[in-house]
Design a protein around this ligand. Sequence first.
Ligand SMILES: CC(C)(COP(=O)(O)OP(=O)(O)OC[C@H]1O[C@@H](n2cnc3c(N)ncnc32)[C@H](O)[C@@H]1OP(=O)(O)O)[C@@H](O)C(=O)NCCC(=O)NCCS
Length: 160
Amino acid sequence: MDLATVHVRQLQVAEWSAFRQIRLRALADAPHAFGSTLAEARQRGERDWRALLLRRAQFLAAAADTAVGTVGVTGDGGALHLISMWVAPEARGTGVADLLLHAVLDHATVRGGDRIRLEVVEGNIAAERLYFRHGFRRTGVRGTVGGGDVRPEFEMVLDL
Ligand SMILES: CC(C)(COP(=O)(O)OP(=O)(O)OC[C@H]1O[C@@H](n2cnc3c(N)ncnc32)[C@H](O)[C@@H]1OP(=O)(O)O)[C@@H](O)C(=O)NCCC(=O)NCCS
């Protein structure tokens, strides 16, 4: 895949179906990386997907018309929260993850954020290395994924 053909844009609420499609793909591909499950996501209807897009900025990376990655960010000013980062297996190691992170950084700057925080499930080396390369550091705050999922996770933060 040629990175020059990849464009990142924010999904509009009317594009809830594209969000649903890539999120279901992410949850099927990498259940170890996320707090929510494919089964939960499959239960959501149009209204739920639209509501999610109203509460977050969700970015989609696409090469031509093919979706190859996504990331979300919530919050407005202060500390923003990076969530739901995923790059399609065939697009990993190409720089798509960097494009998605840059979209989040630009968004945070426009929104007047002073830091971006996120959680990584323990053992997700690729995710931790990606964030570390972009300046994120572990805060020392640890917890579990939550919602009955006791897998350990740790917090990382980037000061803007
Ligand atoms: C995490 C993810 C977005 C990273 O995307 P990517 O395209 O692989 O990112 P990069 O190519 O920049 O690779 C990130 C780093 O991990 C390393 N890496 C990649 N796969 C690895 C693996 N299986 N084991 C160890 N390290 C790995 C890369 O060498 C790179 O390290 P470096 O910066 O020190 O060179 C992608 O792997 C993914 O979607 N994973 C499943 C979902 C997920 O984990 N999301 C994050 C939730 S917090």
